[in-house]
Design a protein around this ligand. Sequence first.
Ligand code: PGA
Length: 254
Amino acid sequence: MRKKIVAGNWKMNKTLDEAVSLVSEVTNMIKDEVTSDVQVVLCPPALYLTTLKPYLEGQTRIALGAQNCHEKASGAYTGEISAPMLKSIGISYVILGHSERRQYFGETNEQLAEKVNSALANGLTPIFCCGESLEQRQGEIHLDFVRTQLTESLFHLSPEEFANIVIAYEPIWAIGTGLTATSEQAQEMHEILRQHIAEKYGPEVADNTSILYGGSANEKNAAELFAQPDVDGGLIGGASLKSREFTIVVKANK
Ligand code: PGA
């Protein structure tokens, strides 16, 4: 059985005090209100991970994740953080290949394959992001484009390694725009990605892979998106910055 997951991608938001408040609020609300076994992953700016960790003590349903890591273990890469560093502070998840990283920091499928390797070698679960632009969707090349993102960054992995991957489908045109993919559009892509995984790794691995949807998912549309058979949860940006909204999204993943 694949895991139901709701991850919050805070991006470059919140001061330390605000981050502490948000984690405390979310933790309390989830403890009091969420009865399902959904896994929650909070991905604040990496700077705050160590401070926030004690706030999640004993909360098995809530984990911390980073928003990125470098492909090398250490070295002269000013400003970067590595997978061994994340491991050393007890972090379990890392978002890799977010479209903002691809767009603003030039991350390529090949480089992401190396980041995935480094994350896995350090016991981190990658939340691997993929997704097409509006032009690609309008040009009807979106299905091939997203399949290729998986092939080039993930399909060198063994089935055992691939079992540790979480996929997040995030159409670029839906991120931060208020334009959510319809539940049909999300389901279509998720089903195609699961088939693609099944062709490479077999139906059992594909069935066990959690595929999250991201892109303007919020407290209003989450229940419908999560009700789709191949949508196993969400990667939530804007709506993860407010405790009440985020908790409603988490509760919608039953
Ligand atoms: P959004 O961002 O929910 O604000 O659209 C999602 C993401 O970028 O992960």
